[in-house]
Design a binder for this molecule. Sequence first.
Ligand code: Z5A
Length: 217
Amino acid sequence: MSRGRLITFEGGEGTGKSTQARRLAVALRALGHEVVETREPGGSPGAEAVRHVLLSGGAEPFGPAAEALLFAAARSDHVDTLIRPALAQGRIVVCDRFIDSTRVYQGAVGAVDAALLNALEAMAAGDCRPDLTLVLDVPPEIGLARAATRGKGAVADRFEREGADYHAAVRAAFLDRAAADPGRCAVVDASADPDAVADAIAAIVAARLGLGADAAA
Ligand code: Z5A
């Protein structure tokens, strides 16, 4: 059986990753593809337990390197129990955040040593590489305003509590990663309305991976 495809969504807070990952999965299913939707941190029972520790801020006092270890532990379980089996069955996996988030939040912004991140990525993801990474880009003030409208009354998580400089650095680091790997990554202007962003993403997925209407017919 041929290997499926791994499509990841990356970007800062409130850029619309969850919204667009969902919409892409629905669109691909409508074309007849088998799609698995998932997210990081989390996506498997073991990884979802680690997600709670990370987003509550429980690991923050131990520093960015310790957080990187926990993100990697969660990813290892997620890849082994969900992503790799789905790809082996020929499915399309749509994942909300993956390896680039670690490189941005723990690496570029958290200043965790690249050698440690290389080793953790090799352990957790191995040869499980995204076929396409959609980097959703909006100015941080727009993303944070959007995030604030979702789940009114909810307590901000460990990353949402960071300041404006932090979120600007996150945005710049995602754009740097996309520029360094243009064959895998595509930057999407996500400041437009959700329908326009979904159309742009569908066109990229069709052009880069051949997963448009013609391919599924
Ligand atoms: N993290 C890490 O440090 N290292 C790692 O290795 C990994 C993750 C994997 C996960 O938080 C945190 O973990 C993340 C990085 C860190 N923290 N940050 N920041 P999360 O999963 O809870 O949060 P998130 O990934 O940032 O997702 P989000 O805040 O929910 O944003 P989103 O998925 O990009 O956006 P959304 O939920 O689709 O949309 C947000 C709101 O905007 C919602 O009300 C939508 O209806 C609205 N929306 C969406 N699109 C639009 C458009 N186009 N126009 C207007 N409004 C829109």
